[in-house]
Design a binder for this molecule. Structure first.
Ligand code: AMP
Length: 210
């Protein structure tokens, strides 16, 4: 099964992708995680990626297509994969169509207004990458509920960057909703529901496909 997750930043793609990948045995391909990993090195390439991410901009299409097609050729993707954060432009979607046949595009829809707040409350575990909402944590200590690691705010989750990411989403990525609607692949899910309800709905719809 080849699945794409589409939706604005903060709609819960990463969290839901983990649930769905566990349930269906898919490889989770998060381009955001791959780029954050790539920017840790000490090279011009790493610094270039870091500069783009810290402004909330988009990494060039050709580079993204190369990264994703290399990743999809790896062994763990043979049973299917879930793309989380790719494609983000029409050019990337066109390129993806030449790489693989997609079974479904899950669109996590949410009002842009509510998203900025949700992203600003988001914290990520510095050791296991679990995503938490600060407002939903039981304790005021910034400790990961899964592994006890330190919870931190991603640089690109800071408010100035968030605004830019939402604007770029509107301009470059939201046209993909119509793009995939026209090809009959789009499944819309209301991402403003509680996390568990969103997860159950996605799994129910995908079970019908598998
Ligand atoms: P994410 O974790 O998916 O929100 O991605 C974090 C950042 O990585 C984005 O704000 C972009 O700067 C970059 N990025 C991730 N995926 C892509 C993509 N498909 N095309 C261009 N840039 C991307």
């Amino acid at each position: 099964m080849q699945i794409v997750f589409l939706g604005p930043p903060g709609a819960g793609k990463g969290t839901q992708a983990s649930i769905v990948c566990r349930r269906f045995g898919l490889a989770h391909i998060s381009t955001g995680d791959m780029l954050r990993q790539a920017m840790t090195g000490d090279s011009d390439f790493a610094r270039g990626i870091k500069a783009i991410l810290s402004e909330g901009g988009l990494v060039p299409d050709e580079l993204m297509v190369e990264i994703v097609s290399n990743r999809m050729a790896q062994e763990d993707c043979k049973n299917g994969s879930l793309l989380d954060g790719f494609p983000r432009t029409i050019a990337q979607a066109d390129a993806l169509a030449g790489i693989v046949d997609i079974d479904a595009v899950v669109y996590l829809s949410m009002e842009l207004e509510a998203l900025a707040q949700r992203i600003a409350s988001r914290r990520v575990c510095s050791s296991c990458n679990t995503i938490c909402n600060m407002q939903l944590l039981d304790s005021i200590e910034m400790i990961c509920p899964d592994c006890g690691g330190e919870l931190i705010q991603r640089d690109d989750d800071k408010m100035e960057t968030v605004r830019n990411r939402l604007n770029i989403y509107e301009r470059a990525t939201s046209p993909l909703v119509d793009y995939y609607k026209q090809s009959g692949l789009l499944i819309s899910i209301d991402a403003a529901q509680p996390i568990e309800a969103v997860g159950r709905e996605i799994v129910r719809v995908l079970e019908r496909l598998s």
